[in-house]
Design a protein around this ligand. Structure first.
Ligand code: ADP
Length: 347
């Protein structure tokens, strides 16, 4: 006998049809899917798609298990379910029938599509430096063989392209490491101000090269503690401050502010806010919601010229998610950009 709570225990919509062709049991997910009370109805009036109806009859009469697609419109988009049909026979033949379970294959297809888009993007990103490298190798073997000046110039470009590939591979590895750890919540106590100071020191050559000054301001008493992963938080602020230096104004200022928000409803408690603000050209509003997507760039040419991989903010977002924190991005064109990281206070 198929008990109602047995169907409710399933993570997908499920319907049990008795030999009298009436729906004997269905779980809440199935009722939500069909948007009606279906128990007790003849299955033909609840499931109106002819191929599915044919399959139910076949499974009921011949006892053969089957699979059939069921297309359903939810919130204006088509969702494709794969319905599995299985004949159920009980011990004393008291309640025989057919069990239908609905698997949402569209989500699986989308996940597959995302994976293949990602592979296509990575291949594209790697192909550009690889093409340059192989091209210059050919030139150095052929026409530029005896041209010392050209050789030096080409080797310089080859070095830049080699380093670009290295950065890309390093960023891809760090993205996949962060994804692997997504469910493990970090517990070490990390002093945010100490992290920021060491990131600023490490980036001082980059800042000096662009004449940018980086200031860190706070009214909080150190240490300012959050529960976190030291290396990953250092990576978050390295990416944000490096971007502010790279995309901000030449000879400009990057201001890092650390403050406490006494009550952030999303955290049900207080938050430590770190904002990284530059006085560069800013980012047009319509790009803001997509900035943390992998390989999303506002200005492709400029990002590549500055050695960007297009993965920095995707890594930032994943690390902050792992910390159950929040990232807010604000920007007014011409007024600079501000990236704010909100982390759970651990004082
Ligand atoms: P990239 O490796 O290209 O820097 P990121 O993921 O770090 O990749 O950033 C994505 C894009 O967001 C960049 O290509 C740049 O166009 C834009 N961006 C990031 N930070 C800033 C900023 N502070 N000011 C203006 N644009 C920025």
């Amino acid at each position: 006998m198929v008990a109602r709570n047995m169907l409710d225990a399933l993570p997908i919509p499920a319907i049990f049809i008795g030999e009298d062709n009436r729906i004997r049991r269905s779980n809440k997910k199935a009722q939500d899917l069909l948007n009606m009370r279906i128990d007790g109805r003849h299955y033909v009036t609840a499931l109106r798609q002819p191929t599915l109806l044919d399959h139910i009859e076949k499974t009921m009469v011949e006892g053969v298990a089957g699979q059939v697609s069921f297309i359903h419109t939810e919130a204006g988009r088509d969702v494709v379910y794969e319905v599995h049909l299985e004949r159920v026979v009980t011990d004393r033949d008291t309640e025989n029938g057919v069990l239908l379970s609905f698997m949402d294959v569209k989500s699986q297809e989308e996940a597959g599509q995302m994976r293949s888009d990602f592979v296509a993007n990575v291949s594209h990103e790697l192909r550009t430096p690889l093409t340059a490298l192989t091209g210059f190798i050919e030139t150095l073997r052929g026409p530029a063989r005896d041209d010392a000046e050209a050789r030096d110039r080409f080797l310089g470009i080859m070095e830049t392209e080699g380093k670009r590939m290295n950065r890309l591979v390093a960023d891809l590895l760090s993205l996949s490491r962060v994804e692997d750890m997504a469910r493990i919540r970090p517990t070490d106590k990390v002093d945010i101000c100490a992290v920021l100071n060491s990131v600023r020191n490490a980036l001082s050559p980059t800042a000096d090269a662009r004449g940018v000054s980086v200031s860190i301001e706070t009214e909080l008493e150190p240490p300012v503690l959050v529960a976190g992963d030291l290396d990953q938080l250092a990576q978050v602020f390295t990416n944000l401050i490096e971007n502010a230096i790279k995309y901000g104004r030449r000879d400009g200022t990057v201001s890092v502010m650390v403050s406490r928000m006494p009550m952030l409803p999303a955290f049900k408690g207080s938050a430590i806010c770190v904002s990284v603000k530059d006085d560069g050209p800013g980012i047009p509003g319509h790009h803001l919601s997509r900035l943390t997507e992998r390989f999303y760039r506002v200005d492709n040419h400029r990002s590549r010229e500055l050695g960007g991989t297009g993965l920095g903010l995707a890594i930032v977002k994943h690390i902050i998610n792992r910390h159950r924190g929040r990232l807010r991005i604000e920007s007014d064109e011409g007024q600079g950009s501000k990236f704010t990281v909100l982390l759970r206070d651990d004082q």
